[in-house]
Design a protein around this ligand. Structure first.
Ligand SMILES: Cc1ncc(C[n+]2csc(CCOP(=O)(O)OP(=O)(O)O)c2C)c(N)n1
Length: 328
């Protein structure tokens, strides 16, 4: 199933939104953190994992989902949150630790939850897989519509939860799709040093489910493969495992010196940036004009600017509220 013109434009706009959101976050994160880098300082305290470069994975999959479908994401969640339709103002406020944030400012950027669109994520790798399978099981038992998608990194595919959840999802034929974003590095560890086989989609065979591999970080190709898997899950035919060869343009986290990257890798990745590629595709194939392009980019940027302003203007929670809504 190929994307329609409207679907391509939707994906392109979400990619711009995500990229610009992260460009803004990147700048703001550094406020107050110089000259001595201290993660606790500045308007955005704590770790920060950017997903720029990986936007095609989020939009190619989420283009097939609606608010009732479930997404569980990772410690690198912004692109997926945006593609799933998470409230951007409240997501920005959460990242800033503000009271108006999705979790009242208690979670920060690795704990974005928006029940309105069934989105969650976690800083513990592969942690989203169990909840995705559980949500899919609950939908099946209640005979409710809806699929669950668990996103994870290629490093997380070596976690025990990966094997346990794939097995149960297959045994119970659940409407769940596992999407591995292979960005080549688990922090500084190359995939070849952590994973016994070259491609994780081959692991699907061990659980008797289909496995697909998408080699080129292309949102249009991801859309097609994800569409097939999601339609299959909606028909009640069970789970699918997809591995996408993608890349992160930034370090593992902000402050990462990236000394593990071979010389020239980063420049080569920027030369393959998926956003200008999709833009060119629209110009070549979809009667896309400069004026339309500028209008779309301006709209995406305005939405982000508004969210950042909302976050900046919001209040911090009061210290005496710190333990409210916290389960210990
Ligand atoms: C269970 C667990 N072990 C270790 C960590 C520390 N950790 C955070 S990110 C990361 C690497 C994850 O690599 P990958 O799954 O490929 O995702 P990527 O960071 O490349 O997006 C590790 C080991 C963690 N968060 N959770």
């Amino acid at each position: 199933m190929k994307p329609s013109r409207d679907q391509k434009i939707w994906m392109y706009e979400q990619m711009h939104t995500s990229r610009y959101f992260e460009e803004c976050i990147e700048k703001i994160y550094m406020e107050g953190k110089t000259p001595a880098f201290n993660m606790a300082n500045g308007p955005i305290p704590g770790e920060m994992h950017l997903s720029n470069g990986q936007e095609p994975c989020a939009v190619g999959v989420c283009a097939h989902l609606n608010a009732d479908d479930i997404v569980t994401s990772t410690h690198r969640p912004h692109h997926e949150a945006i593609a799933k339709g998470v409230d951007l103002d409240r997501m920005a406020a959460e990242i800033f630790g503000k009271k108006t944030g999705l979790s009242g400012g208690r979670g920060g950027h690795m704990h974005i939850f928006d029940a309105r669109v069934n989105f969650s994520c976690s800083g513990i790798i592969a942690q989203g897989m169990g909840p995705a399978v559980g949500a899919a099981l609950s939908r099946k038992l209640q005979r409710k519509e809806g699929v669950a998608v668990a996103f994870l990194g290629e490093g997380a595919a070596n976690q025990g939860a990966f094997h346990e959840t794939l097995n149960l999802a297959a045994v119970w034929k659940l409407p769940v799709i596992f999407v591995i974003e292979d960005n080549a590095w688990g922090i500084s560890v190359a995939k070849s040093a952590s994973t016994a086989i070259e491609r994780n989609d081959k692991r699907a065979a061990a659980y008797g489910i289909p496995g697909h591999y998408v080699p080129d970080n292309d949102p249009l190709a991801i859309f097609e493969v994800a569409g097939e898997a999601i339609a299959r899950a909606r028909r009640g035919e069970g789970p699918t495992l997809i591995e996408i060869e993608t890349y992160r343009l930034a370090g593992h986290f902000m402050g990462d010196a990236e000394g593990y990257r071979p010389e020239g890798e980063k420049e080569a990745l920027f030369a393959r940036d998926p956003i200008p590629k999709l833009r060119q595709h629209l110009f070549d194939n979809e009667d896309w004009s400069d004026a339309q392009d500028q209008e779309l980019v301006a709209r995406a940027h305005a939405r982000v600017d508004k969210a950042i302003q909302f976050a900046r203007d919001s209040e911090y929670p009061a210290p005496e509220e710190a333990l409210e809504k916290v389960f210990i």
